[in-house]
Design a protein around this ligand. Structure first.
Ligand SMILES: C[S@@+](CC[C@H](N)C(=O)[O-])C[C@H]1O[C@@H](n2cnc3c(N)ncnc32)[C@H](O)[C@@H]1O
Length: 280
């Protein structure tokens, strides 16, 4: 098992690293944009994998519950979804948004995704999006996801390679890939681990996994902000790791916004990998 990197702070453990992005209400706008960019494709993959009404589902690393509520809509009132997140702020925000929307078939749990305490062999489907790349030991999380699935249960893993985000022509938006690519090793993380996701599933003893990837363009005004908002949120982590100075960060954010506001600039979100399989 990997040792936590020395600069990960008191929150670090072999299965958890401090999260570089915002949590709670401050995370909502970025996660809403992220959901808009990636969820249309994911819905198709989840349907192909076998997600349907009446299922009992677990959403690992649920954030403010964007994915949890999407899954709840699909499983309907006869099904249920449990969202799990390490952050108390994310869980509180997820509960508040879901209560405001009067969604009754979701519940949220504050726990480490690698050791949730959820009942063993009791879920029909386990899912995560943009979680595994934040973990120093993603294999431990996959093991936990498999443990809570019934035999024949479905596992769907969705993670992006942050180093593949880009703009065309090249602009300051390319700082996203550069900064996250360099931040990972300072925290014992690999923000491009998604490209090897299927190997982690094979290593967990699962064969016949289906692997697809896609790289969506950010078209709407909100979606075009996704890369810039992410760099803004993780700014203190980049500065803290001496990857950029405060002054350089401020200039980079201004230049990123100029690129966002230039319609001729094509913005590609990180390439997303989706792996689906069945527990034997
Ligand atoms: C990028 S967000 C993704 C949220 C959600 N899956 C989505 O796509 O909207 C990653 C989430 O993983 C959570 N996280 C990070 N490490 C975790 C851990 N060890 N256990 C559970 N959640 C964790 C963070 O708190 C954060 O909410």
């Amino acid at each position: 098992m990997a040792e936590p990197a020395p600069n990960c702070g008191p929150e670090s453990s072999p299965t958890h690293a401090p999260y570089a992005l915002a949590t709670g209400s401050a995370a909502v706008r970025r996660l809403h944009a992220l959901h808009g960019v990636y969820s249309p494709f994911a819905r198709g993959v989840l349907a192909d994998a076998g997600l349907k009404a009446g299922m009992k589902v677990a959403d690992f690393g649920c954030g403010v519950g964007m994915t949890t509520r999407m899954l709840a809509e699909i499983v309907g009132p006869s099904g249920s979804v449990t969202g799990v997140d390490f952050s108390a702020e994310q869980v509180e925000e997820a509960r508040e948004i879901s209560a405001r929307a009067d969604i009754g078939n979701v519940s949220f749990l504050q726990a480490n995704a690698c050791d949730t305490g959820l009942p063993r062999a009791s879920f029909d489907l386990a899912y995560c999006r943009f979680l595994l790349l934040h973990l120093p030991n993603p294999a431990a999380c996959i093991e936990e996801m498999l443990a809570i699935l019934k035999p024949g249960g479905i596992l769907v893993l969705e993670d992006g390679d942050l180093t593949t985000a880009m703009s065309q022509p090249p602009t300051a938006l390319d700082a996203f890939a550069d900064l996250f690519g360099r931040l990972g090793p300072t925290r014992g993380l690999d923000y491009s681990m998604a490209k090897d996701l299927h190997r982690l599933v094979e290593a967990a003893g699962i064969s016949g996994a289906r692997v697809v990837y896609h790289q969506p363009a950010c078209i709407t005004d909100e979606h075009r902000q996704f890369l810039k908002w992410s760099v803004e949120e993780a700014g203190s982590a980049f500065v803290g790791a001496s990857l950029i100075t405060e002054e350089q960060l401020a200039t980079t954010l201004l230049e990123m916004q100029q690129a966002v506001d230039t319609p001729d600039v094509t913005i590609l979100a990180p390439r997303m990998y989706l792996v689906s399989c069945v527990k034997g």
